[in-house]
Design a protein around this ligand. Sequence first.
Ligand code: NI
Length: 224
Amino acid sequence: MMIHIPNVLTAEQVARCREVMEKAAWVDGRVTAGHQSAKVKFNLQLPESAPEARELSDMVHDALGRSSLFMSAVLPKQVFPPLFNRYDAGMTFGAHVDNAIRAGNGARIRTDVSSTLFISGPEDYDGGELVVQDTYGEHTVKLPAGDMIVYPATSLHNVTPITRGSRIASFFWIQSMIRDESKRSLLFDMDMAIIKLARDHPEHTSNVELTAVYHNLLRQWAEL
Ligand code: NI
C-alpha cells in the first residue's frame, strides 16, 4: 500500500532545506548503495556525517513525529536518520529493491517501509518520477514540495531519468512495529474508518468498541 502524506514540511522548511543544500558538498550516491543497486544508481547525496545533513535530518525527523497520518500509516518503531539526494539532468536510479537492513549513526533497523519526501516541486524538473511496482502494477509518483510518499520496502522501484532541472528529496526507511504489510494496511484502514465515524457520528457507541478492537489488534501484533 502506498500512502501520500501531504505537507510534512512547511513552505518555510522546504525553503530552508533548499538554502542549505545550495551550499552543501554533494557526493556520489553510491556511498549507501548495496552491491546490486550500485550498478543502476546515478545520483548525488549529502554525506550522512555532514553538519548540513544532520540539521535537515533532524528537521525531517521532528516533522514526522507531528504527522498523525504518518504515525497511523507506518506505526514506526524506529526511523532511520533521513538522508538527502539530488538528481541533475541525465541522472537516474534503475529498478532495485532497498537493502533489508540499514546501519548508520549507531542505529540498525530492518527496512519495512521506504519513504521519499519531495523537496523540489514538480515545476522544478522534468522526468524524475518515482515508479513503484506492486501486485496491482506500476505507480508513478511526483509530488509537491513538502509532500511524502511511503510504500512497502519490499517493492521494486526506480527513478526515471531527469531531462530538465534538479530533483532534491529526502529518503529514508522505517522499521514498523507491524512487520507484516497486510496487517499494517488493515490497521491503517481501520484507523481511518474510526476517524470518519467519530467525525460523522461522535455519539455512536461503536466509536469506543471499534477503538478497543483497533488497540487490541495492535496489542496482539506489535513488536517493540
Ligand atoms: Ni530505493
